[in-house]
Design a protein around this ligand. Structure first.
Ligand code: PLP
Length: 432
């Protein structure tokens, strides 16, 4: 019979790499136990919400055409609202991705003359064009919606003094990005987000506080809407889709915010009433059902990678011992070769497209070349094992996902083996 070592050797992973990883894994038992406990709590939350909303077999089939009275769609939106403790939710295959969900939430809740504030620094790259930070057709800026930004302080904390100064009579909506995205700042915990929201609401109670929740769902046992957020927004091809949703985004929050978004997504007058769910409902439901344990697998992968690459001498964010608030792991290689070798290693561990070699390319929405490793069942899905890195200093790679822990582990070992083979890491596991 095949033992583990033989199996890994079939994938080109040496005994040395495997032994190095074993040592690290032994030190992570307690953290993995805590992750499993979070997954257990969130699994019960999901099942509880589905039971409370009376999800039935009929919900799993879809509608066509206008999609009036789509039981599955309407019930799923109730499930999301129940799970996030919000008044309402919009969960649709017609929301094409996370950027679309965020753009929708912003464009539908802001009017000409309003101002948008980001009190947590620069938002995710693709939002720069939505907001108009980089000139773009159809941006908020073109519609007369202005934007202010307050960066985080050097130590990653909120710059309360300047946030207070930035809030004015025009400030209508505050966008708070939970995850660090393509930055090397810390990811915000839900508790910290709650503190920021309280501070803002104290200054101006009617400001809409929106949280870009991408990559954060189910990492903790509470969500931003539990600490005062008016809206949470995310992508179904990340955590809450559990790897099964083939498309989609969600907005959960105050009734009025969700209503505004629905009228913008479809049409004034139609709102949530139309939008056939076609055949995706069972994957939305089943994906949400799996999401807590899938997120846990991804988290284990992230922590395993942090510990491996920190030990070798690379700067990793979050570091090996820090508490986790999203599934992204950044590893700073300091040179393009490291980013490329890492991504090619992740790709080589995939079930789909393992034989292709990713290369840096000019990806739409990004201001530098980007390399992406994604051998995914759902194209571009980043809850599946994936890695990407902009080819610009500090040459950091952003690694995330893994539908199962063994796959995440294989990907990381393969990336490490690749780095050793390409001489970015020495054979005694030191940074070169
Ligand atoms: C992924 C992501 C987005 C954009 O989502 P897409 O599905 O890639 O359009 C926005 N914000 C954050 C923090 C993200 O991680």
């Amino acid at each position: 019979m095949h033992n583990l070592e033989e199996q890994y050797s079939q994938f080109g992973i040496s005994k040395e790499v495997l032994d190095f990883s074993k040592e690290i894994l032994a030190s992570l038992e307690e953290r993995f136990r805590q992750i499993d406990e979070t997954a257990e709590i969130n699994q019960l939350k999901v099942i509880g919400a589905m039971q409370k909303c009376k999800v039935s077999e009929a919900c799993l089939s879809g509608t066509t055409g206008y999609g009036y009275n789509d039981l599955g769609r309407d019930t799923l939106e109730q499930v999301y609202a129940t799970l996030f403790h919000t008044e309402d939710a919009l969960v649709r295959p017609q929301i094409t991705c996370g950027t679309h969900a965020l753009a929708l939430a912003l464009m539908s809740n802001l009017r000409p003359g309003d101002e948008l504030l980001s009190p947590v620094g620069k938002p995710y790259d693709t939002l720069e064009e939505v907001i108009g930070i980089r000139p773009s057709k159809g941006s908020l800026r073109e519609y007369g919606i202005s934007y202010k930004q307050v960066d985080l302080l050097e130590d990653g904390s909120f710059d309360y003094e300047n946030i207070r100064k930035a809030i004015n009579e025009k400030t209508k909506l505050v966008t708070i990005q939970r995850s660090k995205g393509y930055q090397t700042r810390p990811t915000l915990s839900v508790t910290k987000i709650g503190e920021l929201i309280s501070f803002i609401k104290n200054i101006k109670p009617d400001i809409i506080c929106m949280v870009d929740n991408c990559y954060g769902e189910f990492v903790e046992t509470i969500e931003p809407t539990d600490v005062g957020a008016d809206m949470v927004v995310g992508s179904l091809i990340k955590n809450p889709g559990g790897g099964l949703a083939p498309i989609g985004g969600y907005i959960a929050g105050k009734k009025e915010c969700v209503e505004n978004a629905a009228y913008r997504l479809t049409s004034p007058g139609l709102g949530k009433e139309v939008g056939a769910s076609l055949g995706v409902m069972s994957s939305f439901y089943q994906g949400l059902f799996l999401a807590p344990t899938v997120t846990a697998s991804a988290l284990k992968g992230a922590i395993f990678a942090a510990n491996i690459f920190e030990k070798i001498g690379f700067h990793v964010i979050p570091n090996s011992t820090e508490s986790r608030h999203d599934i992204i792991q950044a590893v700073t290689f300091g040179k393009p070769e490291g980013v490329i070798a890492f991504c090619q290693g992740i790709q080589a561990a995939a079930s789909v497209d393992s034989f292709v070699t990713p290369e840096p390319w000019d990806m739409p929405g990004y201001d530098s070349q980007v390399i992406m490793a994604a051998g995914a069942f759902v194209s571009g899905s980043s809850i599946e094992l994936s890695a990407d890195g902009p080819i610009k200093p500090p040459y950091a790679v952003y690694f995330q996902g893994g539908l199962t822990w063994p796959h995440a582990k294989l990907g990381i070992l393969k990336a490490l083996q690749n780095l050793v083979d390409q001489k970015v890491v020495s054979s005694d596991f030191k940074r070169l």
